[in-house]
Design a protein around this ligand. Structure first.
Ligand SMILES: [Zn+2]
Length: 259
């Protein structure tokens, strides 16, 4: 793994690694958590919606696409209904793309030098914790609460670090936010650039550095508006339980109909 490319061979990745590939000729990256056994847990935007989830066979397009195209693994394409979290084999995850490894714990210098969405200054948790979060979310889904807003990179970052940006977790809008996070954070958020620019600097330098600054300020390892949320607490703390129970009841109802 060099400074300019995170490309890796599939023998180099370990369970708990955050991997990604390029889709549509480098137009965007797709991220996932390698959980071992040639399996990847990832978040897709093709999760079943209420309009087309009446029959299990048509509950989502991604599942049928994966199943029809996969001869490698029988459980490839496993997905709970109404959940965007999918288990795929590595081949289906990559499609025809190359394999890349997302880097953690990089220095700010490396962060600036690399293309966005390839590394973070955040530290990864232990692989066991990473796999636990990914598998938990695969099994439990998100109910109706789309915390990651179809962002597969946020999903992988959360599995690796347990940290959610406040705006995406919904905490910033809820009454719980003030008690959980407290007032000093608001002051910090209001002045991210003051912390980064210690003294008077030339205007040209500031302009040239703006891109880097904004990437630095939005990196999950740097920003202060993130909270660590245990995966078991996601549903409880963020009010997902109603949605989850509703989904489970629907599952039971439709499976009894099928019998
Ligand atoms: Zn597959």
């Amino acid at each position: 793994m060099g400074l300019f490319s995170n490309r890796v061979d599939r023998t180099q990745i370990k369970p708990g690694d955050h991997i990604y590939t390029y889709r549509a000729v480098f137009a965007y990256t797709h991220h996932g958590i390698f959980v071992g056994g040639n399996k990847v847990v990832h978040f897709t935007r093709d999760h079943g919606t209420s309009s087309n989830s009446n029959t299990p066979s048509s509950s989502n397009d991604e599942l049928s696409k994966l199943l029809s195209g996969c001869s490698t693994s029988p459980d490839c394409g496993f997905q709970q209904r109404k959940s965007g979290v999918v288990l795929s084999c590595l081949d289906c995850f990559l499609r025809t793309g190359a394999l890349y490894s997302f880097e953690y714990n990089v220095t700010p210098t490396v962060l600036f030098a690399k293309r966005g969405g390839t590394c973070t200054t955040a530290t990864s948790d232990h692989p066991d914790a990473v796999i636990h979060r990914a598998m938990y979310l695969l099994q439990n889904g998100f109910g109706n609460y789309d915390v990651f807003q179809n962002n597969c990179e946020d999903f992988a970052l959360y599995c690796k670090t347990g940290m959610l940006p406040i705006e995406k977790s919904g905490l910033g809008r809820s009454g719980q936010a003030s008690s959980l996070i407290g007032a000093p954070l608001a002051a910090l958020l209001a002045s991210p650039f003051k912390m980064l620019i210690p003294g008077p600097v030339g205007v040209a330098t500031v302009t040239a550095g703006m891109y880097c600054m904004s990437r630095y300020a939005t990196d999950i390892g740097v920003r202060s508006d993130v909270v660590k949320v245990a995966v078991e607490d996601l549903a409880v703390n963020l009010g997902w339980m109603d949605g989850l129970q509703g989904a489970f009841q629907q599952n039971e109802a439709s499976s009894s109909n099928n019998d």
